[in-house]
Every structure is written in C-alpha cells, then in structure tokens.
Design a protein around this ligand. Structure first.
Ligand SMILES: [Fe+2]
Ligand SMILES: [Fe+2]
Length: 279
C-alpha cells in the first residue's frame, strides 16, 4: 500500500503554513482511498486542510483515537464539509470526562470529553461504527481496539477522570485506540495520545499482527506528563524494537521530545503542522 501521511492539526507550526492548536489530526492518503485520523479541537482542521491542499471531502472514513475534545472537537466542521461518512471509535468515546488541574495552589476542573452529543454528530452525517477489539477497517489498515495494560511502568494520568455508571473515577481510557497501516516498508503506527501506554500499544500490535518491524511511529505519546521513570523505561523498551522513524507530536511534551531526539538521533523528527511522511 502506497501512503502519504500529513499532520493537519498539532500544537506546533514548523512550516510556513497553517495554525497550531492544542489538538491532533492526521490526513492519510493511500492508493485505496483517503482517511482522517482524529479531528483536532475544531479550530484548525478545515483552515489547515485548505492551506495544505488536503481535500476533507475526499475522505472515506474517520478514525477517532479517543474521546478527548482535542481529538474530537473538529468533527462537526469536517462533517459539514463531508456529509455522510463512517466514523470508527470505541463506545467509550462518548464518556463525560474532566481534567483536575492544579496551578499556583489552585485547583480547577475542566470538561475535556467529546464536546458534542452523538445525535448531533449523526445529524451531520456521522455513521458511528463502534469497536472494542482489534479490527481491520480497510485492507491493510487496522485499529487496535482496547489495549491490555501490561507494563509495570505505564500508568494512567492521575489528573484525568471519567464518568462511568454515574460515578467519577480515574480515567483508564479503554477507548484509546491507535491506527496501523501495513506498508511495504513495515508498519506505520499512528497514536492519538497513547493513554494506554506507548509500549503497551506496540506490544499489543506485535501480538495481534505477528509483525514487529515498524517503519514509523507517529503521534502523541503523553510521555512528558507522567513520571521520569516512565519516560526512561519507555525509551529503553523502544530501543529494543525495530523502528526506522519516530515522529512524535502533540501531548508528547518538549522535555520528552528532546530526550527522544537525544536517544534516537536521525531516526527522530518532531511532527508539527504540515509534516509529512511518504511510503
Ligand atoms: Fe490529546
Ligand atoms: Fe487525550
């Protein structure tokens, strides 16, 4: 499968085009069709698609990595352009979610879940296809489904909570899914926020596909928001794997991105708005 992957929404702008936002979205062009992975927070997905010359009307499917607002907030803008389209996600994508943040000794609570009701999104053309298991969604394109949490060092973000069965509990992100493209050069793994743990996700994919050669790992890794031990243990595990390119973005955080650059040298790149990868 021939593939071109372009970052539409991201926190940073590194080229002369586009706007940054706290969000993530990737436009995927293949010889069997175009797809959208996540939609950003709603501010930049359409304007950035125009300046990057990526036609949102051409997408065959939308994949949602999880229910955070910064990955799902652009859905209405995309649906208003595209109309009817399949939207693949885990059923928990619709959970109410909050972040409890402490700044200057003050605690604040923010709603961080999907900002729109399912019915509204359906009225704009979304046809939700919900999955919990590993699934081939198109020939050579897979969604991870729920990822087993196995590594001792990958822990949930203690600031994030979800409402489940009427109770507010630590958000364990069963809906966290990543996308895999099986290309001639190896697997391309696209992460949303990697709330399941980047290493858990990679191990899950090796287990499900029987393949261990990754041409590229892209997307948000959430590595900077957890403990330094988690970052270092994750790097140790990554170094044992067959990976040709690591292009992190979004919730990776600068400190973690710099550490990855230090460790992976030329294999590393930062994926900002407009960054592209072609296979
Ligand atoms: Fe995110
Ligand atoms: Fe997230």
């Amino acid at each position: 499968m021939k593939t071109q992957i372009t970052i539409l929404c991201e926190n940073l702008v590194g080229k002369l085009v586009g706007s940054g936002e706290h969000g993530f979205s990737i436009f995927i062009e293949t010889d069997q069709g175009n797809y959208l992975f996540d939609t950003g927070n709603g501010h930049s997905v359409v304007p950035n698609s125009l300046v990057l010359n990526k036609n949102l009307k051409s997408i065959e499917k939308i994949f949602l990595s999880h229910g955070h607002y910064d990955h799902t907030g652009g859905l209405p803008e995309v649906l208003k352009l595209k109309g009817e389209v399949d939207v693949h996600a885990h059923p928990h994508v619709f959970l109410d979610r909050i972040a409890v943040l402490k700044e200057n000794g003050k605690e604040s609570r923010r709603f961080v879940g999907i900002p729109f009701k399912k019915g509204y999104l359906e009225s704009l053309g979304a046809n939700f296809i919900l999955n919990t298991d590993f699934r081939e969604v198109e020939r050579g394109i897979f969604l991870t489904g729920e990822v087993l949490r196995k590594t001792p060092f990958e822990k949930p973000d203690p600031r994030l909570f979800a409402e489940l069965d009427g109770k507010t509990t630590q958000d364990i992100f069963l809906d966290d899914q990543s996308l895999i493209l099986d290309t001639d050069k190896g697997l391309i793994l696209i992460l949303g926020c990697a709330h399941s743990g980047m290493i858990n996700i990679i191990n899950h994919i090796v287990d499900k596909t029987g393949k261990g050669k990754f041409y590229a790992i892209l997307g948000g890794t959430h590595l900077d928001f957890l403990t330094p031990e988690q970052l270092e243990e994750s790097i140790k595990s990554l170094k044992k794997m067959k990976i040709e390119k690591i292009g992190v973005s979004h919730c990776t955080g600068m400190r973690a991105a710099f550490r990855l650059h230090q460790e992976f040298g030329d294999l590393f790149f930062y994926g900002c708005v407009g960054s592209a990868l072609e296979v």
